[in-house]
Design a protein around this ligand. Structure first.
Ligand SMILES: Nc1ncnc2c1ncn2[C@@H]1O[C@H](COP(=O)(O)OP(=O)(O)OP(=O)(O)O)[C@@H](O)[C@H]1O
Length: 560
């Protein structure tokens, strides 16, 4: 394959072109007024889908110009990193990253020292993070619903239902969103066992929008060991399959080859199955597995005790009406264990916890006691756990999918807001952080340029949001500055300037913080792209991890 070499100015200009093209496409969806983008399915013959989600638009764009595609890929990476870490705020991150990339390239063209630029930027980002945390307002009153409604664009009942859901299960409780397949949005509160360890491979996902696996009618295999041979699983997979059920395996791990075998069989529809990490860590895992066994009515298989997976009878399996898992959590809902046994176990754990609480200070190791107590409390809440499910309705499948995506963003936004609080939205939270940068003691010119790049980027979300609402950004900025009130901004839903906190236009600090940190991360790649080596190849670049054949067979969603 022949290669093409591109240097300095030309390399950077090509990269910026890609950043601009993708940035513009993503920014179209930004804010309250942002319309949907229609994306053609990657597989011929499958219908297009509609989205307002920044990361989804970003992942759908592949540019024919290879140099520009490198730039687009940088933005895609930023969007994906924010989506992974914060779950929302991907468009904000793209807007910030695009502004930062532009600022950097301008400064480099003017001969600035890349190291000093970077140092100035890093100092500025850190200061903005601290400033956002300092200005954070804790959630109170209707703020949970309001944060959710910013993502939902004040449409439907999802915001109100998420507020109700968190009120029912508590701020650390388990809340999931699912497609409802009816017109209205609804809320279900069910009993279930949830813990914070997820599936063993993203290949188990059944819903690419939420990046989650949903399994109905599950038999539960609890294995305190590592599966090393796919054949060991076959007898139980077949028995469960014949009964029209699905096998959910919670285990220490599965070696790579058997895991691939399992995922492949699931994708091809041979078996319905899901493998998740067993609950608990280290020495405590056995106790957690016993709890889950009590909840689901299973028996834990322990190879060290001589239990054999291949010869295990289906009687060792427990039941759950539904299991939902993503990369970070697993929920067993409607478990089939004996309620009396569960109550007895909870009472036993409660007594153990009381005994630790009653210990005199200095008796036993204080940190050991604390960890034991925390673990017991976590086990009790898992056993008596309640799981809230918000079902997202709509009239057509594309509509439900599009709303579901926003509802998932809304849920993650609420979680982020519960963790670190909120600031006024509409771009104002970031805009106000410029003031903190004014307090930085400036050293040399290039360092100062680095700070200025961040400061200018902080204006961009505000400019883009009011611009998308049809307001002149320069005039809007002047009004904000004249108001001298940190909550003052433009509410696109009412079309009026005023107090954004009172109007319920709020952004989670964690989302804004992570969006800025990830956006600034683009600097490392831009600054090191002095020369670029390109593979000259005909046709569009290959989409990683995507097979058109597979997509056609499984109707894989292009957002996966
Ligand atoms: N009524 C409103 N008035 C002003 N700004 C609003 C309003 N509703 C939402 N916004 C702002 O829009 C921004 C969020 O827009 P959007 O949901 O399109 O992008 P994102 O959350 O950054 O990315 P994504 O949702 O694509 O992951 C937030 O800063 C929010 O405060």
């Amino acid at each position: 394959m022949s290669k093409r070499l591109v240097f300095d100015g030309e390399a950077r200009a090509g990269i910026l072109k890609g950043i601009d093209i993708l940035g513009r496409a993503v920014e179209t969806t930004y804010g309250y007024q942002g319309p949907c983008v229609m994306v053609q399915h990657r597989t011929q013959g499958l219908p297009p889908f509609f989205t307002r989600d920044g990361v989804t638009v970003a992942n759908s764009v592949v540019l024919g110009d290879r140099l520009a595609d490198l730039g687009a890929r940088m933005l895609r990476d930023v969007a994906n990193a924010v989506s992974r870490e914060a779950g929302d705020g991907t468009t904000t991150a793209v807007v910030l990253a695009r502004a930062i990339a532009r600022g950097l390239l301008r400064s480099l063209a003017a001969g600035a020292d890349p190291h000093r630029l970077r140092e100035g930027m890093d100092a500025a980002v850190k200061l903005v993070e601290d400033d956002l945390r300092r200005r954070a307002l804790p959630l109170q009153g209707d703020m949970v619903a309001q944060v959710a409604e910013v993502s939902m664009r004040k449409e439907g009942q999802v915001g109100r239902l998420l507020q109700q859901a968190y009120a029912e299960v508590g701020p650390d409780g388990a809340v999931t969103v699912e497609p409802g397949w009816t017109r209205a949005d609804t809320l279900d509160i069910g009993e279930g066992f949830r813990y914070e360890l997820g599936f063993l491979s993203p290949g188990f996902e059944t819903d690419p929008v939420r990046r989650a696996a949903d399994i109905e009618g599950a038999r539960v295999l609890l294995y305190h060991g590592t599966v090393t041979d796919f054949m060991d699983l076959i007898p139980l997979l077949e028995a469960v399959n014949e009964a029209g059920q699905a096998l959910v395996i919670a285990c220490d791990g599965i070696d790579e080859r058997p895991l691939q075998g399992l995922v492949m069989n699931v994708k091809r529809g041979v078996f319905r199955a899901l493998a998740v990490k067993a609950p608990g860590h280290g020495d405590r895992r056995r106790d957690w597995l016993d709890d889950l066994a009590t909840a689901t009515g299973a028996r834990v298989l322990v190879p060290e005790r001589g239990d054999n997976l291949e010869r295990a009878a289906p009687e060792v399996l427990g039941h759950a009406a539904k299991v939902v898992a993503d990369a970070d959590s697993a929920s067993f809902i409607g478990c089939g264990g004996d309620p009396v046994a569960v109550a007895r176990r909870v009472a036993g754990l409660g007594k153990e916890a009381d005994a630790i609480r009653a210990r005199k200070p200095g008796e036993g190791s204080p940190t050991g006691n604390l960890h034991d107590l925390e673990d017991l409390e976590a086990r009790i809440s898992a056993l008596v756990g309640r799981i809230a499910t918000v079902r997202v309705g709509g009239t057509t499948e594309p509509e439900i999918k599009e709303r579901l995506q926003r509802a998932e963003n809304a849920r993650r936004s609420v979680r982020a807001a519960l963790e670190e609080g909120v600031v006024p939205g509409g771009g104002v939270g970031l805009l106000q952080a410029r003031e903190a940068l004014g307090r930085l003691l400036l050293t040399d010119l290039d360092w100062q340029r680095g700070v200025a790049i961040v400061s200018e980027a902080l204006e961009q979300p505000f400019r883009a949001l009011v611009g998308n609402a049809g307001i002149n950004p320069v005039a809007a900025l002047a009004r904000i500055e004249a108001a001298g009130n940190a909550r003052f901004g433009y509410d696109a839903s009412s079309g009026a300037f005023g107090d954004l906190v009172a109007a319920g236009v709020l952004d989670p600090v964690k989302v804004l913080r992570l969006a800025l940190v990830q956006a600034a991360g683009i600097a490392a790649t831009v600054l090191s792209s002095g020369a670029v080596v390109l593979n000259e190849q005909s046709g569009l670049p290959h989409l990683p991890g995507f097979s058109a054949e597979w997509a056609a067979a499984t109707r894989e969603d292009p957002r996966a």
